[in-house]
Design a protein around this ligand. Structure first.
Ligand SMILES: C[S@@+](CC[C@H](N)C(=O)[O-])C[C@H]1O[C@@H](n2cnc3c(N)ncnc32)[C@H](O)[C@@H]1O
Length: 248
């Protein structure tokens, strides 16, 4: 129990709660240090059904633990009855920003809700973004964010930065007050900046951005949820890419 408690506060470790988090961690090459399950056999069955590519790789890796003991390891025991500890991969933020592929980088400015952060990472991974960077006090690798992302932090670089470093990527503010977004106008390789749940983007970031774009909404609706807006913009761009050359 002490190891799981300590791992929650260790910036080098990630606590994985539930089958889907463990599945994605393994699938995307995480170094899983230990895993415990209330019923390892049931877990094997789940893997055979939901992740046949990993069916063999769980056997022998997961130690059995009673359901009461499992419930004490994490604040809310996952229904799939498995928790694990993995090593967080080191992220080279300069390399993420220098990546020449046209994939965007998602910047979350001071996000407040762990579940929202996780949902943003999940959709960024699904849309094959180049990375997710966050500013502010909240750790994007917090176990609740990992749970919200179903462990997809291991599928792309995810890191907290004190502030956004300079780069030659265009910085685009995604803001409800911005000019109506047309997906084809999103520049390739942009940093797409999204604001905090309550206050939106800071004046400093809006000033620094070279464009300010809004997702058109029906009159009377103030804004979308943070993760929903990240999903809308990333998939608008993915489904309708800019006609400019594929390299930045
Ligand atoms: C819940 S919203 C913040 C609402 C805040 N009161 C505001 O006006 O910006 C959180 C973030 O989601 C994004 N967002 C939500 N709805 C949006 C929209 N219709 N157009 C562009 N961005 C949006 C923005 O990045 C925003 O900062």
């Amino acid at each position: 129990m002490r190891r799981y408690r300590a791992a929650r506060r260790d910036p080098g470790l990630a606590v994985l709660e539930g089958f889907h988090a463990l599945k994605h961690a393994l699938r995307f090459g995480a170094a899983v240090l230990e895993a415990v399950a209330a019923d390892p056999e049931e877990l094997d069955g789940l893997a055979a059904e939901l992740a046949p590519d990993l069916a063999g790789s769980l056997t022998g890796r997961v130690s059995p633990v009673g359901p009461e003991a499992l419930a004490r390891l994490v604040p809310q025991a996952p229904r799939t009855g498995v928790v694990a500890i993995a090593r967080r991969p080191a992220v080279d933020v300069a390399a993420v920003l220098a990546d020449e592929r046209p994939a965007p980088v998602v910047l979350l400015e001071d996000p407040r809700t762990m579940g929202n952060m996780g949902a943003c990472v999940r959709v960024a991974a699904a849309a094959d973004a180049a990375g997710v960077l966050t500013t502010g006090h909240n750790d994007p690798w917090h176990p609740d964010a990992l749970r919200g992302a179903a462990g997809l932090h291991f599928a792309l670089p995810v890191a907290a930065v004190e502030e956004l470093p300079g780069s030659d990527r265009p910085l685009v503010a995604i803001d409800p007050g911005g000019e109506g977004l047309r997906p084809r106008d999103l520049p390739p390789g942009a940093i797409l900046a999204f604001g905090a749940e309550r206050h939106g983007l800071s004046a400093a970031l809006l000033d620094r951005a070279e464009a300010r774009l809004g997702i058109p909404m029906r009159p009377g609706v103030s804004s979308l949820n943070l993760a929903t807006s990240v999903a809308a913009v990333l998939f608008a761009q993915r489904l309708c890419p800019s006609p400019s050359p594929s390299k930045r």
